[in-house]
Design a protein around this ligand. Structure first.
Ligand code: SF4
Ligand code: SF4
Length: 375
C-alpha cells in the first residue's frame, strides 16, 4: 500500500497505487436544490450509451429520492453499516476509509449487489422522512423532507474500481482523470462492481465484461459537456476541470465553488476515494443527515448558499450552471453580469447575476384586456 494525500479527508491515507494525479481532473458541480427528478439526464445517458443487449438494467446516471430511494437497493446504507461509525474532528477524518478497512486478502471493503437489487430503480421515489399521519394537514415549518440525489460515476482520484481489478483493466486517463474500463482486458471477474462504493460499475451478462460511465469523453474532447449535463431541465449541473489542490485557480468556476467558496461538497468523502462530483447540499434537510452524506463542510456550505443573493460571484456562478453546452473553464464577473470564458479569454456565454423578474400588470389598458387573475 502507498501513502497518498486525500485533501477531502485533511490527511494522508493508504491506497493500492502511488499518488498520480492527472494533469487536470474532470469534475462536476450539481446544485441539488434545483433538481426536480425529471430523469431527463437518466434518459439522455440511457439513449446515448446503454441501449444495447445486456445493458437493459444499467443506469450510468440515475436520480433517487433520499433518504429512501436507492439504485441499486440500499447501496449506501449497506456499506455504511459495514464500515461502522466513524469520526471527523475539526475537519479531519479520524476514521478508517474503505481501503483501510479492507479484510486481509481484500483490497477494498465492499459488497456485490444481487440482480434483484437493480430491479426497482425508483423504489422510494418521493417518500419523505418523518411520515405524515393520515388525515394530517401540512403546516410550515414541517419536519417531513426528502431530496433528489442525481448520481453518476465520480471519476474518483483514488478509484476503488481500479484498485479492485485483478487484471489491471481499469485506468485513469492522465489528461483528464476520466476512469475507463479496457473492454479488451476485462474478464468479467466483477471485483470492480463489488469495490465501487457508489455502485457505478455494471456487469454486462451478454458481453461478460464490466461497463461504466465514460463521462462522454468524445464530446469533452470537442469542448462539449456530457449528455446528462446539457439535457438537464433543472440546470443544476456544471462540468469542467478541478485543478490540483496545490494549484487552485480562483477564475476556474469549479475550483471556485469547491475550493474557494467551499459550497460544493463530495459525496461520502469518508469512503476515501476523493470523488469528483461535488454537490451543493439541499438546504432544507436536517444537518445531521447531510453531515453523514457530504462531510463536515455542510454547515458552512448551507449558510453560504442561503446568503447567495448577497454574493454576486456565487449567484452569478449559480446562474451559469446549465447556461451553455460548452465547457466553461474560466469566469469573470463584470458588474451585474457573469461572463463564461474559454482558456484563450474569449467570451463563451454571459448571464445576469440575478434572475430577472417581470411583474405583469393586472390590466392592459391599450389592449383592453385583463392579464392576470390577481387584481
Ligand atoms: S465512482 Fe465507482 S466506478 Fe466511478 S471511478 Fe469511483 S470507484 Fe470507479
Ligand atoms: S435532468 Fe437535471 S433536474 Fe432533471 S432529474 Fe436530472 S439532474 Fe435533476
Amino acid at each position: 500500500m502507498a501513502r497518498v494525500k486525500n485533501w477531502q479527508l485533511g490527511r494522508e491515507m493508504s491506497y493500492w497505487y502511488p499518488e498520480a494525479r492527472p494533469q487536470r481532473q474532470f469534475a462536476a458541480v450539481f446544485d441539488i436544490n434545483k433538481c426536480i427528478a425529471c430523469q431527463t439526464c437518466t434518459l439522455a445517458c440511457k439513449t446515448t450509451w446503454t441501449s444495447g443487449r445486456g445493458q437493459e438494467y444499467m443506469l450510468w446516471n440515475n436520480v433517487e429520492s433520499k433518504p429512501y430511494g436507492f439504485y441499486p437497493l440500499g447501496w449506501d446504507v449497506r456499506l455504511l453499516e459495514l464500515l461502522g461509525a466513524q469520526d471527523w474532528k475539526d475537519g479531519r477524518y479520524e476514521g478508517r476509509t474503505l481501503f483501510e478497512s479492507a479484510a486481509a486478502g481484500e483490497r477494498v471493503l465492499g459488497w456485490r449487489p444481487e440482480e434483484i437489487d437493480y430491479a426497482n430503480p425508483n423504489v422510494g421515489e418521493d417518500d419523505c422522512a418523518v411520515g405524515v399521519a393520515k388525515g394530517a394537514h401540512m403546516t410550515l415549518p414541517h419536519m417531513s423532507w426528502f431530496f433528489y440525489l442525481a448520481r453518476m460515476c465520480n471519476h474518483c482520484t483514488y478509484p476503488a474500481c481500479l484498485a479492485s481489478c485483478p487484471r489491471g483493466s481499469i485506468y485513469k486517463r492522465p489528461e483528464d482523470g476520466i476512469v475507463l474500463v479496457d473492454q479488451g482486458r476485462c474478464r468479467g471477474y466483477q471485483e470492480c462492481v463489488k469495490g465501487c462504493p457508489y455502485k457505478k460499475v455494471f456487469f454486462n451478462p451478454v458481453t461478460k465484461t464490466s461497463e461504466k460511465c465514460i463521462a462522454c469523453y468524445p464530446k469533452q474532447e470537442q469542448g462539449l459537456a456530457p449528455q446528462c449535463f446539457v439535457n438537464c431541465i433543472g440546470k443544476i449541473r456544471m462540468s469542467g476541470h478541478l485543478s490540483r489542490p496545490d494549484a487552485v485557480r480562483a477564475d476556474n468556476p469549479i475550483d471556485w465553488l469547491v475550493h474557494v467558496k467551499k459550497v460544493a461538497l463530495p459525496l461520502f468523502p469518508q469512503f476515501g476515494l476523493e470523488p469528483n462530483v461535488y454537490y451543493i447540499p439541499p438546504v432544507n434537510v436536517p444537518l445531521p443527515f447531510l453531515r453523514q452524506v457530504f462531510g463536515p463542510g455542510v454547515d458552512a456550505a448551507v449558510q453560504a448558499y442561503r446568503h447567495a443573493a448577497e454574493d454576486p460571484d456565487l449567484s452569478g456562478l449559480l446562474a451559469l450552471l446549465g447556461s451553455t453546452e460548452l465547457i466553461v473553464p474560466r469566469f469573470q464577473r463584470r458588474g451585474e453580469t457573469m461572463v463564461g470564458l474559454g482558456e484563450n479569454g474569449l467570451e463563451l456565454v454571459r448571464v445576469p447575476t440575478r434572475e430577472q423578474v417581470h411583474v405583469r400588470e393586472y390590466a392592459n389598458a391599450s389592449r383592453n384586456v385583463i392579464q392576470t387573475n390577481v387584481p
